[in-house]
Design a protein around this ligand. Structure first.
Ligand code: SF4
Length: 340
């Protein structure tokens, strides 16, 4: 299978008329909110693509990805101009397709026809939660029914659907997040992104935090709740493309919420921990040496962060010593051998 690489092009807050309580697209993308002149934006787009084509290896499938903001809410002429520019590279085979990200209530049959015409293959929907109470508390401006309708429409029109969900939204309980995960699976999404909530300054959520109306997640709570959703996605065959925001100065500066720079790695490590614990419950390895075999390249999930996870396993199951080794196995499929 060919490697895949996105060519990201950020359109911060462009096209979005909403103001979700947690939103700070400028802080997330590090870009100014003001829209540049169209000609200037198109030339930036072209140079971004050209530059990426030069640097990404030839045998890697390249996809243009419009991120940030709500792509299908942009003024139609502007949206089409951006798509046309990208589509020129699709037609010549220099890139394989286009990915866009938008809100569930900015999708209908007509919009999907336009997207298909210009080589869009993947649509990411900011679903965030499938609980109307939570959506209302976040001032999302759309309902869970909107998400169901548009998710199904996207798949019906033959696009690959990626559902973006958030962990720790105001009023959201772990069960709401499980329900949201299952809804994304039910929509037949092929991909998902999991974003534990980070509280950025200058957002309504920041004020809600200071006034005690919102209690931010600790990193550990975020890891545990995200791991449960991730596990469900794995079992359903939905590929998790990302956990957490890209690292940036603004992310590091956020005072509240789950802004650990390696939150994704911590979540994956938690899944290993859970799966290894399940196996160890059924084998008596007390006072014995244990070899844990994982896929090549995955060792650091167990040995990282000062071997915290290995120490926890050793203590919990009374193991004498754990060695981490590699073998030909799948990701998240550790094989455990306990000495005779
Ligand atoms: S829909 Fe997206 S871009 Fe718009 S305010 Fe909400 S989070 Fe921000």
């Amino acid at each position: 299978m060919k490697n895949h690489s996105n060519i990201p092009f950020f359109i911060p807050h462009s096209g979005c008329k909403n103001n979700c309580v947690f939103c700070s697209q400028v802080k997330i993308t590090g870009k100014e909110r003001k829209e540049p002149e169209l000609s200037e934006e198109l030339s930036m787009l072209k140079s971004t693509i050209e530059e990426a084509i030069k640097t990404i290896p030839l045998n890697t499938e390249k996809q243009l990805a419009f991120f940030g903001g709500s792509f299908t809410g942009i003024d139609k002429d502007r949206m089409i101009a951006l798509l046309e520019t990208g589509y020129e590279y699709v037609k010549t085979g220099k890139i394989s397709g286009i990915r866009i990200s938008t809100r569930p209530d900015y999708i209908d049959d007509g919009i999907l026809e336009v997207l298909k015409h210009y080589g869009v293959t993947d649509i990411e929907l900011g679903i965030q939660s499938m609980n109307d109470r939570v959506l209302k508390a976040c001032a999302r401006g759309h309902s869970a029914a909107d998400s169901y309708r548009s998710g199904r429409l996207v798949v019906k029109h033959g696009f690959n659907l990626t559902g973006q969900i958030m962990i720790g939204l105001p009023l959201s309980e772990p069960d709401d997040e499980i329900e949201t995960t299952d809804a994304v699976i039910d929509m037949k999404a092929s991909g998902a992104r999991i974003y534990p909530l980070v509280v950025f300054a200058d957002t309504p959520l920041y004020d809600m935090t200071l006034s005690g109306k919102y209690k931010p997640l600790t990193d550990m709570e975020a890891v545990e709740r995200s791991a449960i959703c991730y596990e469900r996605f794995i079992k359903a065959g939905v590929k998790v493309l990302k956990i957490g925001l890209h690292s940036s100065e603004s992310l590091a500066a956020a005072e509240y919420g789950a802004n650990h720079p390696s939150i994704g790695e911590l979540v994956k490590a938690r899944i290993y921990f859970n799966r290894i614990s399940e196996q160890l419950k059924n084998i008596d390895c007390r006072d014995k040496k244990v070899d844990i075999y994982v896929k090549e390249g995955e060792q650091s999930k167990l040995t990282g962060h000062g071997k915290k996870l290995l120490n926890e396993l050793t203590e919990r199951f009374g193991i004498k010593q754990i060695n981490v080794k590699t073998t030909d196995t799948e990701e998240f499929s550790p094989i455990i051998k306990c000495e005779e």
